[in-house]
Write a protein that binds this ligand. Structure first.
Ligand code: NA7
Length: 545
């Protein structure tokens, strides 16, 4: 299986974000394998490497947005704010890379073009866009869920006289908005973070809103010494809480129905959650994501807050014209988003009333005939989520079947970790895993450790390869659907959870909504039952060395 000019290793890992870094550490330093990480960027960080737009910040609280596998690492690292900003997360991941001496096995500026499985040798052949060739027994994708930028195909973009940027491919040197007329398209988590920061220096900011969104104040602040000491003294408890929760955050969803309390009590609970800030708002009642009437109470409270903040009633009405249940699209949290519309240099365009017709050399033309003159356009238009980063590479499994073909009707995986027909390919936070519905590092640690244990099992038992049975995979796909349908999540018809933001993408609810704790237990159980649902070694046809 040795090819000329190719480098042979035990495992190739694609991506050097949270997932790729930890996967390298586990395979190399715990199992003793030779590992090559291939990373498109010129540094570690993954999603955070590319998403350096103004205001980029994590919505998970910093003490929970970290690796928990190493107590010394937890004790030595210090976060400065309640939510970590992009630059601080980059410092953290660079620290991790140095501390575990990871860089020597990472090849930067190496974007993977494709990977092909050779059944005769039971090896993956991985090729980069730069023409490098790697041969590996195991191929692990650690490519992130929100890393393939979705730049909308709006006619006329190529003729725009100004500059345009996508938030997920932000220039390293930054963008100077001083005095500029800036148009920002998109009001998801990203646009909601970026708008108030852009408004501080821009001459004028025009926000183009297609879908109005709920947002909860983050209430970011410097961490106190007391909090930092508490977090360090209670790492075990925090880890336990994150692992027991449905979403990997260090709080549990309250075990009470929104219907159990009086309207006055409910209002007080929501007000307290609003004042506390952040994603914990969602944990106020257990039935917010399963019972529409319960959800309506939260939605109503949140819409009312917009009217209290935004002074211009017309702008407030457009911002509050939200047509999906609360948290059925990923709820943003913000620092001064609605407040920004009270500035003289910020205005809102309602694309529902008048969609974008085209981009002109001068700006954006909407259907009502208004041309909004712009120097800079910022596309905060999100990602080809979950499947995009995988399908933008050409991955070919057994019998020449491509992943694009295998997923033509939507992604199919077993446990979000493996695909039938693709032996020894592991997808960290793949579609069908809880991933984007959770606090990512918690999900990533679980995936990476499960994959590591699986590979250790294969090697200890002389098993050349593993892949799921088609039946197990179909069963999991059905279970992922059932889990979504047991919630209100599919009711947001235009959400990226469903792939609805990318024209032509199959409408399939991609993440597993059954909860992180339950998912963890299922994965552990599958392994304990001898990797139930997987075929061990049978597909390699004698490739055992
Ligand atoms: P999102 O959440 O996908 O938001 C993208 C926004 O861009 C959303 O408001 C979209 O409106 C809007 N959009 C997308 N395409 C267009 C076009 N063609 N015209 C007008 N508006 C458009 O991406 P984010 O980057 O904000 O957040 C991604 C995740 O990162 C987030 O959920 C967190 O997990 C972190 P739409 O709703 O499709 O009508």
């Amino acid at each position: 299986s040795q090819s000329r000019g190719a480098k042979t290793v035990d495992a190739v890992v694609i991506g050097a974000g949270f997932a790729g870094l930890y996967q390298l550490h586990c395979l190399r330093d715990r199992l003793g394998l030779s590992v090559q990480v291939l990373e498109a960027g010129d540094g570690v960080g993954g999603t955070w490497y590319w998403n350096r737009y103004p205001g980029a910040r994590c919505d998970s609280e910093s003490h929970s947005y970290a690796f928990y596998f190493d107590e010394a690492l937890l004790q030595e690292w210090e976060w400065s704010e309640r939510y970590p900003g992009q630059a601080e997360i980059m410092r953290y991941l660079n620290h991790v890379a140095d501390r575990f001496d990871l860089r020597r096995d990472i090849r930067f500026n190496a974007r993977v073009a494709g990977a092909e499985y050779d059944a005769a040798s039971n090896r993956w052949h991985v090729r980069t866009e730069g023409g490098e060739h790697y041969v590996a027994t195991y191929l692990i994708t650690a490519v992130g869920c929100l890393s393939a930028a979705n730049v909308p195909d709006i006619p006329g973009r190529e003729n725009f006289d100004g500059r345009w940027f996508h938030t997920g491919q932000w220039p390293q040197e930054g963008v100077d908005f001083t005095g500029k007329r800036v148009g920002m398209v998109g009001t998801g988590s990203t646009g909601i973070q970026a708008a108030p920061v852009i408004a501080e220096t821009a001459g004028h900011l025009t926000v183009f809103q297609r879908t109005a969104n709920y947002s909860i104040p983050a209430r970011n602040a410097k961490l106190t010494e007391e909090f930092k000491a508490w977090a360090k003294a209670n790492t075990g408890e925090i880890r336990g809480l994150m692992q027991a929760s449905t979403n990997g955050h260090p709080f549990l969803i309250q075990d009470r129905s929104a219907h159990d309390v009086s309207p006055e009590e409910r209002e007080a609970i929501y007000q307290a959650a609003w004042d506390h800030g952040g994603l914990k708002f969602r944990a106020s009642f257990r039935d917010l994501l399963t019972d529409k009437a319960a959800n309506d109470t939260a939605a109503e409270f949140l819409r009312a807050q917009i009217g209290k903040v935004v002074k211009d009633p017309k702008t407030a009405a457009v911002l509050a014209n939200i047509d999906h249940p609360f948290a059925t699209k990923r709820p943003p949290i913000d620092t001064g988003y609605f407040e920004a519309f009270n500035r003289d240099n910020v205005s809102l365009v309602d694309l529902r009333a008048s969609p974008i017709e085209r981009i002109t050399p001068n700006g954006i033309l909407t259907r009502d005939g208004a041309e909004h003159p712009l120097d800079i356009i910022v596309f905060a238009t999100g990602f080809d989520a979950m499947t995009g980063p995988l399908l933008r590479m050409d991955i070919t499994g057994r019998d020449g079947v491509t992943l694009q073909h295998a997923w033509r009707e939507g992604p199919k995986t077993y446990l979000g970790l493996q695909v039938s027909g693709f032996p020894n390919l592991f997808t960290v936070t793949g579609p069908g895993s809880p991933s984007v519905l959770t606090n990512m590092p918690v999900c990533i640690e679980q995936h990476v450790e499960w994959i590591t244990d699986c590979i250790a099992h294969l090697r200890a038992n002389g098993i050349p390869c593993i892949e799921p049975t088609p039946e197990a995979m179909e069963g999991w796909v059905a279970h992922v659907n059932d889990a979504a349908n047991a919630t209100l999540l599919p009711q947001a018809g235009h959400s990226w959870y469903l792939g609805a933001n990318v024209p032509g993408k199959p409408r399939v609810f991609m993440p597993y909504a059954g909860g992180m704790a339950r998912y963890r237990a299922t994965c552990a159980d599958v392994a304990a039952r001898g990797y139930d649902g997987f075929v061990l070694g049978a597909t390699a046809r004698g490739a055992l060395e």
